[in-house]
Design a protein around this ligand. Sequence first.
Ligand SMILES: Nc1ncnc2c1ncn2[C@@H]1O[C@H](COP(=O)(O)OP(=O)(O)O)[C@@H](O)[C@H]1O
Ligand SMILES: O=C(O)C1=C[C@@H](OP(=O)(O)O)[C@@H](O)[C@H](O)C1
Ligand SMILES: [Mg+2]
Length: 164
Amino acid sequence: MKNIILIGMPGVGKSTVGVLLAKTLGYEFIDTDLLIQKEKKTTLQKIINKEGIEGFLKTENEVVSQLKCHQAVIATGGSVVYGQEAMENMKALGTVVFLELPLKSLQKRLKNIKTRGVAMKEGQTLKSLFEERVPLYETYCDIKISAKNKGVEKVIEEIVKACL
Ligand SMILES: Nc1ncnc2c1ncn2[C@@H]1O[C@H](COP(=O)(O)OP(=O)(O)O)[C@@H](O)[C@H]1O
Ligand SMILES: O=C(O)C1=C[C@@H](OP(=O)(O)O)[C@@H](O)[C@H](O)C1
Ligand SMILES: [Mg+2]
């Protein structure tokens, strides 16, 4: 099961890096956000509007825990780490890479946090979300790659070096 799984905060670059990493390696590319949309035949935003954050997290956990693939790069959604079954499947499928950025860089990149469909509770800020999630990303990852001050190509180069 030779797959590379990207986890990390929303906006860190999992989808952008993932598709080009797959191209570099000749792997399949799977974005779990798109997989959820395809399987549920609707958009993430509509799932969140209809079922709330908890409903979305349940759907994400269900879909990601059923995923099977070989030689794929999987870009997950930032909230996937709340799903225990989903993460058990990701760990079984391959190398889990935590793509990291400091809070300050994320704050600059995520100007549209309120409209991006991020699974945030009432009153939660990007800072409190960051503090809640980083320990989960740390728990599940096999390796960490920092994207700080690095272009996409550089991030890809470092993932390839660390994973192969
Ligand atoms: N290494 C990078 N340097 C600068 N901008 C980046 C980099 N990686 C991604 N981005 C930009 O950051 C934004 C979020 O990227 P995206 O791939 O959607 O993140 P994620 O899937 O982790 O939420 C996009 O506008 C993307 O172009
Ligand atoms: O972190 C989050 O709460 C989310 C991140 C999104 O994916 P990206 O991490 O690709 O932005 C998407 O799964 C959903 O909107 C929830
Ligand atoms: Mg993404």
